[in-house]
Design a protein around this ligand. Structure first.
Ligand SMILES: Nc1ncnc2c1ncn2[C@@H]1O[C@H](COP(=O)(O)OP(=O)(O)OP(=O)(O)O)[C@@H](O)[C@H]1O
Length: 595
């Protein structure tokens, strides 16, 4: 027995996200194609719109000076109106562009995650709670959008605007500016300390939402069981409890966010009052004119916007980088590795090398994380129908997982018609296999889509043929829209048995070399099972059919039955031989088989 190591290089679902850091800021810009260029254009627009604002106090000063000199103030007033109009147009344009860029960034992040998930190994995705994955794709990405608009654009423009404003103020009164800068330095220090706590609280809040969604998804998947056991109230309490936890963590984050924003506003008020007090004293001493003080105070009020932008940028960036850490955990899930030497058409085994046709497991060791399941299993599955049976949890499905390469071998090899399956490119290997998994999930909105899933535009006759082969022709004909009848999201409108038969029909449509069936008849009545078994027997004449089953009705039709137990392959032979020779098989036949 041995242990299958978890895939290398991937953080497990329970591992905390990597810590955020400002050095990872460029990672935000890699989330979508052309983001850097679009961002540069947007920064220019924002700077222009701020410039139109900064020019206004100078025009106001011109207007006031004109009035005090007794000259016409109309040119100044018209200039002020034109500047204000330009400013409005620029603000609207940059706002729209910012929203557009944010959506592109969200799309980039989502596409990256979806792509990574669908390319990942089966075992890797199965280990992740689905609710948590959905929360990362749905809500963490929107935090990124906020980080882009508040931090990358407004936050990046703000220092330039602040500098320009301060320079304009310094030209008017350097002493007052130096005093105000001292006030700013103290406030910025305080805010910096708060930001770290905000990032931590955001990370916890997002993780809380993920846990709530995971809990809710578990309940919805087992909804009938919940109803049947009358545990609605308990489950609602548990999920709402998780929602409350997420809420508490969200409130904590909102609290720190408010503190960051509030600190900024208080700082601005202190600056305004300081400027007003000092300016009043300087007018009294004749060191400053009234129009200079008005312009200076206007600049102080204009400082409010870029300063607030800066504090909001800092908090949005903290939140965004915390979300980015969670997003990257998904995006960095390694894909199923490409096999260096694999090819679409590996050399077939020479006819005279003694390797029999069919599937051969040769000293196979495989398992899940820390749970070994197959330990040195060797078995040959010839053409025809082979049934794998054995006690529950012994590793029957694992055998199918190994053939599909959902699981990598620790040791040993699996041969398909004499060729090591690792010599095939993964996609090519899977094209040669048709698999019906135990729960027989259906994908597609209608019966046509569900049966034709994965096939390149199957014809009407072909679809009807496979539906007929699994004994569903009359049922489909009785439906108002036939093949185009809609089925529910998880195919709730079809019974368990119908679902299984549709899944087998979908597999038949692949015309694959190998048919892998995992308890494909477990929910069928005797007549339906008989029809399906006839079809399976026909299939077994032209291809390898490897069926996992507990049912004696299936085993009795098989050319070969393989019995697994803790030691591996315990016995192999025909149904009749095994009934005679193997006590475990006899016991399984009398208790496990349904008929
Ligand atoms: N994705 C997984 N991660 C971890 N362990 C798993 C996973 N799938 C199966 N196992 C474990 O591996 C063992 C073999 O599982 P497998 O599904 O192959 O058994 P089985 O013989 O098909 O069972 P059954 O007849 O009940 O369907 C079981 O102990 C199971 O708990």
């Amino acid at each position: 027995m041995t242990t299958t190591a978890p895939p290398p290089g991937e953080p497990g679902p329970d591992q905390p996200p990597r810590r955020f850091g400002w050095s990872r800021l460029p990672a935000l810009l890699r989330l979508g194609p052309g983001l850097r260029l679009a961002l540069a254009g947007l920064l220019m627009l924002e700077l222009l719109s701020y410039a139109t604002v900064l020019v206004q106090p100078q025009v106001v000063k011109w207007l006031l000076d004109s009035v005090s000199r007794g000259a016409s103030f109309v040119p100044a007033l018209l200039t002020l109106a034109a500047v204000a109009l330009c400013s409005g147009v620029l603000i609207v344009t940059s706002s729209y562009q910012l929203g557009k860029l944010g959506q592109r960034m969200v799309l980039g992040a989502r596409a990256g995650m979806i792509d990574a998930l669908l390319r990942a190994r089966v075992s890797t995705v199965q280990r992740r709670p689905i609710g948590d994955v959905l929360s990362r794709i749905g809500s963490d990405t929107t935090l990124l959008q906020h980080a882009l608009s508040e931090a990358l654009v407004r936050g990046a423009v703000a220092p330039v605007v602040l500098l320009a404003t301060v320079v304009l103020m310094a030209l008017s009164d350097l002493t007052m500016v130096l005093v105000l800068l001292a006030v700013v330095a103290v406030g910025a220090g305080v805010e910096w300390l708060i930001l770290h706590r905000l990032a931590k609280a955001t990370e916890a809040a997002q993780a809380g939402v993920g846990e709530m969604l995971t809990g809710l998804q578990r309940v919805l998947l087992a909804f009938r069981t919940v109803k049947a056991f009358g545990t609605e109230a308990d489950e609602a309490r548990a999920v709402v409890g998780q929602a409350r936890l997420a809420c508490r963590q969200g409130v904590r984050a909102a609290g720190w966010n408010a503190v960051v924003g509030g600190t900024g506003w208080v700082l601005m008020d202190i600056m305004f009052l300081t400027a007003l007090g000092m300016g009043g004293a300087r007018i009294a001493s004749g060191a400053m004119s009234v129009s200079d003080l008005v312009a200076f105070l206007l600049y102080v009020t204009y400082l409010r916007t870029p300063s607030a932008a800066l504090t909001q940028a800092a908090s949005a960036m903290s939140e965004g980088l915390a979300a980015l850490a969670r997003i990257e955990q998904i995006q960095h899930i390694p894909a199923e590795p490409d096999d260096q030497d694999a090819s679409a058409e590996p050399e077939p085994a020479p006819a005279d090398d003694g390797v029999p046709a069919g599937i051969a497991l040769d000293g196979v060791w495989a398992g899940y994380e820390d749970q070994p399941v197959l330990s040195g299993v060797s078995v040959h599955v010839p053409r025809g129908l082979t049934v794998v049976t054995g006690p529950s949890g012994i590793g029957k499905t694992t055998v199918l997982n190994v053939v599909e390469r959902f699981l990598e071998l620790r040791r040993g090899r699996v041969l398909l018609d004499g060729v090591d399956i690792r010599a095939f490119q993964r996609g090519e290997l899977r094209r040669r296999l048709a698999y019906v998994e135990q729960d027989a999930p259906l994908l597609g909105a209608t019966i046509r889509e569900a049966v034709g899933y994965g096939a390149a535009s199957p014809g009407e006759t072909e679809l009807l043929d496979v539906v007929h082969a699994v004994g569903l022709a009359d049922w489909v004909a009785s439906l108002p829209d036939g093949l185009d009848t809609a089925i529910g999201e998880r195919a709730v409108a079809v019974s368990g048995g119908q679902r299984q038969r549709l899944a087998v029909a979908r597999a038949l449509l692949r015309h694959a070399d190998v048919l892998l069936l995992d308890e494909a008849t477990s929910q069928l009545d005797a007549d339906s099972e008989e029809t399906l078994l006839r079809t399976i027997a026909e299939q077994a004449r032209v291809r390898i059919v490897l069926a996992v089953s507990h049912r004696m009705t299936v085993a009795s039709q098989a050319d070969l039955v393989i019995v697994l137990d803790e030691s591996g392959v315990r016995a192999a032979g025909s149904h009749r031989e095994l009934l005679r020779s193997d006590p475990l098989y006899r016991r399984l036949a009398s208790t496990g088989g349904t008929r």
